[in-house]
Design a protein around this ligand. Structure first.
Ligand SMILES: *[C@@H]1O[C@H](CO)[C@@H](O)[C@H](O)[C@H]1NC(C)=O
Ligand SMILES: *[C@@H]1O[C@H](CO)[C@@H](O)[C@H](O)[C@H]1NC(C)=O
Ligand SMILES: *[C@@H]1O[C@H](CO)[C@@H](O)[C@H](O)[C@H]1NC(C)=O
Ligand SMILES: [Zn+2]
Length: 976
């Protein structure tokens, strides 16, 4: 298909005149028509995609979370067989290329709204004769061609049919054009439209973001198309398989810069201060990967084979906050070219930081958009966690440039492959940029354990959905969940491990080459991996497809039990709540083909053992004497492991005697598996607690972080009971050597540890030491914080330690410390610093300060609306704040409900957040009463959360009743 310059050069001059004239007329029209459309068709803002959050917040406690169901109830509207009543496009037409000119206005019009005007045409081919054109269109008003909204011309059909009628189908988001005759098979046609839309602050489609610089409010026009909002910017065949070439032109004033997927190739002055910037035509690509941005941003750049630019607010660029992103982008791109054995398909790579952005980042081809915190790095205030997040998010998005963008899933039901893949290889790309971090190990905390917590529930769902189950935009949005991202990443890592990375990348490379600029279903990848395995002589007991079906088509994962006395190995679907009932059938009866990498007494076994039945016997796995067996090395397999009691005892003994004989990830695994097996009543709670005893000798981050995540549940359940004293005493005893270790390696807290993981674990040492009452720790943080209070312009606290030092200092201090933190929060000019303070202010132990802080949360001028619920949750996480937050939420329910509406996602987080400690009959009654009291006005999107909270409270009550006595006794004995 031609990429010639014809349409580009011709369009520029004509467009300027047309748009100029059209604008005046339509600005007035818009406010009327758009308002009408809005009321008839209340469309929720797109959720966007939840890109990975920082590892520090990703780490999960074992508390149950709910997974989103994939299948939604059937449409309430009466079923109809008209093509425009269906959500999917018919197979009759295929776009070839578009020519789009858009003009966003960065000032309000006379009616007080922001708009954009546009003019576009699409050339498409008719694959089956039809008298109907269905093209996606949402919230656009058509401003030309009278009631037909469009004109149709034939490219190679000299007698194209004329338009009969045209209308907008709001429910299914179509512009419907009925013709008087047929479009002919094999012929191409061109459809022209002109339209106007609102440049709203709704974070979807073509939208606006605002920020203030030098006390001037600035407006950025930007886009978020994925999954189904390109149709909100211009009429298009808005499905991922409807790939086409896009010729794009943006009109903007000469104080601003326009960006899109392709490089700018021409900028013309069209009248007064208006410019028209044209971009090189895109490759053949999906609509959801388009991006159009107009801003007055600055950039920094590097030109290797590919032009790399980082864009941000002028001040952020001037302050050097884009440098880190610029420095690592080149190496990461090079890594992926080598990994995929395919060169970067485009001539440039732009990355841009936006003040308002729903997701973490979006992989628009050639123009990646980010939240500011996911791209901008300031060594003066950013922690190593902030830095890691930037490296992994950039790596994730760059991975998509091939996997997802060059080769795209045919339909959204295969989203998990796209996101799971990027979520896996983001660790590989980041590792290449920061080889000293050992970041690949962190996938176990950040993805495997994170999603285990959800995938162990009876209400989980499989990775794969059937194509016909996913139709509506809401159903598509629901797929962007932890299962798609983190379970997808976990099983692809397992696959790469058992195939070997060499075979995996070989298959990947032929897959990408074969399907370049085209679409696939996930089994296409299996086929290419199979061929790679066959040609490399890797023998598998079953075809790749058969092995993967069991992980992809069934929800959940197994617990593998190895009896080392007999060598019996068996598997069972692991459920966190043993009383829960699985109603979802599985054609594989919840059995898997399980690859087991294992070691015997410190010696790694060469051959992977495959468990293929429910139960099997492997004589090599029977051990005796002092030998011990450890399975699922480095947790490369997506399953938990249980052993006979003797082997557990031998592992515990080994941890005590010389824990370094067990690989570090598996030290964490022994803790995490045993705590979760205890929750599921497969092993005793005291066995799980005993795995923490060796921590006295442990200095590594991963096992400590796993322990903290799991003990967090004990703290939540018992911090208001007599168990808490002995629990704290035990933790204090265990943390002492770690505290001493860091005192030493940081030269008495004056130096930053070299090692990335040590930097994280230093934070753990301070957090636990201070919270368990270490005088040295409390004095240290008080000293730092006081120094800062005396000299607010010179913060002596290292960015890595700020979150925890602020929290400890405010917890130990009084209103002076709180008020200082509050003032610093209000003055913070950098988002990540404000975040740290906002969380720390919830750490005070004074009820009156907490109550005042709660009041502030509902004053949007003080706490931004988007931060209100998370602030209330921070307060509820504090044992003193918990009852205050619960009272506050109940007392102010009507305010909260009206201010934050029933639709927002954080609303159910709020209910879950303030009730997660609930574990008594009294609290259960309060919750049930709360549900009853609000039965009339309703709980909105909190409805399901209240029911979940009731269920969780009951489960907690049961757990506490069953475990409290033994837990108390254990901590009492062990803390002595
Ligand atoms: C923008 O255009 C106006 C009108 O032609 C001109 O006066 C002004 O200097 C231009 N500004 C820039 C930054 O080029
Ligand atoms: C895309 O792939 C399909 C199926 O393999 C093939 O029939 C088609 O020709 C390909 N299209 C392009 C443009 O490569
Ligand atoms: C502990 O195990 C490690 C790794 O096997 C070994 O290098 C070290 O010498 C052992 N230490 C002791 C005290 O046995
Ligand atoms: Zn992604």
């Amino acid at each position: 298909m031609g990429k010639g310059g014809f349409y580009i050069s011709k369009a520029v001059g004509v467009v300027a005149i047309l748009l100029g004239a059209a604008a005046v007329a339509t600005i007035i029209a818009l406010s009327v028509v758009y308002a009408e459309e809005k009321s008839k068709n209340e469309v929720k803002p797109t959720e966007g995609k939840p890109e990975p959050s920082p590892t520090t917040t990703k780490a999960t406690t074992a508390a149950p979370t709910t997974a989103a169901p994939t299948t939604a109830a059937p449409t309430s509207a009466a079923p109809s067989n008209e093509p425009w009543d269906k959500y999917r496009l018919p197979d009759t037409l295929m776009p070839e290329y578009y020519n789009i000119t858009l003009w966003p206005r960065l000032q309000r019009n006379e009616s007080g709204i922001f708009i954009f005007t546009g003019k576009s045409f699409v050339v498409f081919k008719c694959l089956q004769a039809t008298n109907l054109i269905l093209i996606h269109s949402n919230k656009l008003n058509y401003t030309k061609f009278d009631e037909h909204h469009a004109t149709l011309t034939g490219i190679d059909d000299p007698n194209p049919p004329t338009i009969n009628t045209t209308w907008l189908k709001l429910e299914t988001q179509f512009l419907v054009i009925q013709l008087k005759g047929n479009l002919l098979h094999g012929k191409s046609y061109r459809l022209d439209t002109e339209f106007v839309g609102e440049l709203a602050d709704d974070l979807g489609g073509f939208y606006r973001s605002e920020y203030s610089e030098d006390n001037v409010t600035k407006v950025v026009a930007t886009t978020q198309m994925q999954p189904t909002d390109a149709r909100k910017a211009f009429p298009c065949f808005d499905e991922p398989a409807m790939k086409a070439v896009f010729h794009i032109t943006l009109i903007h004033d000469n104080e601003t810069k326009a960006l899109s997927n392709g490089k700018e190739i021409d900028t013309k002055n069209i009248e007064g201060n208006l410019l028209s910037t044209t971009f090189e035509p895109t490759e053949r690509m999906s609509t959801y990967l388009l991006a159009f941005i107009v801003s007055d941003y600055d950039s920094i750049e590097q030109q290797d084979d590919v032009l790399i630019r980082i864009w941000a607010r002028k001040k952020a660029i001037a302050d050097g906050h884009g440098e880190y992103a610029l420095n690592i982008t080149g190496p990461i791109l090079q890594f992926f070219q080598k990994y995929y054995n395919a060169s970067y398909p485009l001539s440039k790579s732009d990355q841009i930081a936006l003040p308002d952005f729903n997701a973490g980042a979006m992989e628009n081809w050639g123009l990646i958009t980010y939240r500011e915190t996911a791209l901008l790095y300031d060594p003066q205030v950013s922690s190593n966690g902030n830095k890691e997040r930037i490296a992994t998010v950039i790596s994730h998005e760059l991975a998509h440039m091939w996997f997802g963008n060059l080769v795209t899933m045919k339909w959204w039901n295969d989203l998990w492959l796209n996101e799971g893949f990027a979520s896996y290889v983001e660790y590989l790309g980041a590792d290449h940029a920061e080889p000293t971090w050992n970041i690949k190990d962190l996938i176990v905390l950040g993805d495997v354990y994170r999603v285990f917590a959800i995938d162990a529930l009876a209400s989980s769902h499989p990775l794969s959905s059937r194509e016909d189950e996913i139709n509506k935009p809401e159903q598509i949005s629901e797929l962007f969940d932890a299962i798609s991202y983190s379970k997808g990443a976990s099983v692809l890592r397992m696959l790469s491990e058992f195939l070997t990375e060499d075979v995996f990348t070989k298959g990947l490379s032929t897959y990408l080459n074969h399907f370049a600029y085209n679409n696939t279903v996930y089994t296409d990848l299996w086929d290419h991996l199979q061929t790679a395995a066959d040609t490399s002589g890797v023998e598998l007991l079953h075809p790749v497809r058969d092995i993967m079906d069991r992980w992809v088509l069934q929800m959940g994962f197994p617990v593998v039990t190895i009896n080392t006395a007999t060598g019996t190995v068996s598997q069972k679907h692991f459920l966190l709540d043993p009383d829960s009932v699985v109603t979802r059938p599985s054609e594989f009866n919840y059995q898997w083909y399980v690859p087991i990498k294992w070691m015997k007494t410190g010696i790694e076994q060469e051959k992977v053992y495959w468990l293929q039945q429910k139960e099997d016997k492997n004589d090599n796995m029977s051990v005796n004497g002092n030998d011990w067996l450890l399975a699922n090395l480095d947790v490369t397999g997506y399953y938990r492991v249980n052993y006979d009691n003797d082997n557990w005892e031998r592992l515990l003994a080994k941890l005590t005697e010389n824990h370094t004989e067990i690989p570090v990830i598996n030290r964490g695994q022994i803790l995490d598996d045993s705590f979760n097996l205890a929750r599921a009543k497969i092993v005793s709670t005291t066995l799980a607690l005993r795995t923490t005893k060796y921590l006295y000798n442990e200095t590594e981050y991963i096992p400590w972080q796993v322990a903290i995540n799991n003990l967090d549940y004990f703290i939540l359940m018992f911090d208001r009971t007599e168990v808490y004293g002995p629990l704290q005493a035990y933790l204090g005893k265990q943390i002492k050597p770690l505290w001493d270790h860091f005192t030493q390696i940081t030269d008495n807290w004056t130096k930053v540890p070299d090692n990335h993981m040590d930097q994280y674990n230093e934070v753990n040492a301070i957090k636990i030491a201070c919270s368990t009452g270490f005088k040295d720790c409390q004095d240290l943080v008080k000293y730092w914080y006081t120094q800062w209070m005396q000299n607010p312009n010179d913060n002596p606290i290292h960015p890595n330690l700020r979150s925890t030092v602020y929290c400890s200092a405010i917890a130990e201090g009084g209103d002076k410390e709180w008020n200082f933190g509050w003032e610093m929060f209000q003055n913070a000019s950098i988002a990540s610093e404000a975040e740290k303070l906002r969380a720390a202010l919830a750490c005070t132990k004074y009820p009156w300060l907490l109550n005042r802080y709660l009041e502030y949360t509902l004053v949007p001028k003080i706490i931004r609306k988007q931060d209100a619920t998370s602030t209330i949750i921070y307060i509820a996480n504090n044992v003193v704040g918990q009852p205050l937050a619960w009272d506050f939420v109940r007392a102010r329910w009507d305010d909260i409900f009206s201010q934050y509406g029933g639709g927002s996602f954080s609303f159910s987080n709020l209910i879950n957040g303030v009730t997660k400690r609930f574990s008594t009959a009294f609290e259960l009654r309060q919750l049930e009463q709360f549900k009853k009291d609000n039965a009339g006005t309703g709980l909105g999107s909190g409805t399901q959360a209240v029911d979940q909270s009731i269920e969780r409270t009951k489960a907690n009550m049961k757990w506490v009743a069953e475990n409290k006595a033994s837990v108390l006794q254990w901590f009492t004995t062990e803390s002595g």
